[in-house]
Design a protein around this ligand. Structure first.
Ligand code: TD3
Ligand code: ZN
Length: 307
């Protein structure tokens, strides 16, 4: 299929109460792993590139890789810019053919977030491209965090209503207690479900969960067995993730799990076969490991068979 526009995939997910997996990539092996997994599960999928990925591989390389692979399979594939923080980066993605972009002005005051988001919405919509924006700060919530602190960091549901109507954004990433990377929580993983449900009830729009990686113990252990140092790594448990989907999440971002799977697989090959010098024998097992991660994640989200 040709690359699909973001809202076409996420509107359905929001109406039918499931989530679509969004996976970060910056090379061929990762992209192949994501698309093979999604295709085998007959699930729509979002592949996303961060600013770092655009700098590493180039927007046009990323677009053309996705187009080449998506045209060979029959599931909807969306190409999304993750955490677009400046205007020129977003324009680069739009010109390259991305079908969804995130404008992340969440670190600015509310009014400035609205202004920057609306500017991108006007341009992207004129090009038929969907837009994601973020409200609140991505930061883990621990027991020790007070109600005041929580209100200062996490999304304010009333503000979300104003934000959506003033910007015309297509989907919203609410800060509800997750954070990026491999070290999300000191204790048990948690999300502010009540706040999330309130945002869904008031906005009725597709919602996005950032910092959603599970950081599975088995993969962390394997990476550590072969020399990685990941002490204290902790992610969002599968149960918490599924509850978040029940509460209204429709796009689930995963990067860290793919990174850890890659490192574990590469370390294993290098440790067990120190004479190996063929990059395909090193990156191939990483691709297989990432594919397993993607299948597991999509399986949790309810999008299997929804292509
Ligand atoms: O936007 N992203 C991907 C980039 C974060 C850097 O790892 C996410 O929300 C996914 O977060 P994670 O770290 O849980 O995979
Ligand atoms: Zn993110």
């Amino acid at each position: 299929m040709p690359i699909t526009v973001g809202i076409d995939v996420l509107q359905k997910a929001s109406e039918k109460n499931y989530a679509v997996g969004a996976f970060n990539f910056n090379n061929m092996e990762t992209l192949q792993a994501i698309l093979e997994a999604a295709s085998e599960l007959d699930a729509p999928v979002i592949v996303e590139a961060s600013e770092g990925a655009v700098k590493y591989a180039g927007a046009s390389m990323l677009f053309n890789m996705v187009q080449a692979l998506a045209s060979q399979i029959s599931i909807p594939v969306v190409l999304h810019l993750d955490h677009g923080k400046d205007f020129s980066l977003i324009m680069t993605a739009l010109r390259a053919g991305f079908t969804s972009v995130m404008i992340d002005a969440s670190s600015f005051p509310f009014e400035e977030n609205i202004r920057q988001t609306k500017r991108i919405v006007d341009i992207a919509h004129a090009m038929g491209v969907s837009v994601e924006a973020e409200l609140g700060t991505l930061k883990g919530i621990e027991d020790s965090v007070s109600v005041d602190e929580r209100n200062a960091t996490l999304i304010n549901p009333q503000q979300a209503v104003t934000f959506v109507s003033e910007t015309g954004v297509d989907y919203l990433a609410p800060a509800v207690g997750t954070s990026h990377g491999a070290f999300k929580y000191k204790g048990e993983s948690r999300i502010d479900y009540e706040r999330l449900k309130e945002v869904k009830k008031l906005t009725k729009m597709p919602l996005v969960l950032h910092g959603a990686s599970g950081v599975p113990e088995s993969i962390v252990e394997k990476a550590e067995r072969f020399g990685a140092q990941l002490k204290g790594a902790k992610g969002v448990s599968d149960e918490v993730l599924q509850e978040a989907v029940t509460c209204g999440i429709n796009k689930v971002n995963t990067d860290t799990d793919l990174r850890i799977a890659t490192v574990a697989a590469i370390r294993e090959v290098l440790a067990n076969h120190p004479q190996e010098i063929d990059p395909r024998k090193i990156l191939g097992p990483a691709r297989t490991a990432m594919k397993e991660v993607v299948k597991h994640r999509i399986g949790l989200l309810g999008s299997t068979g929804k292509a």
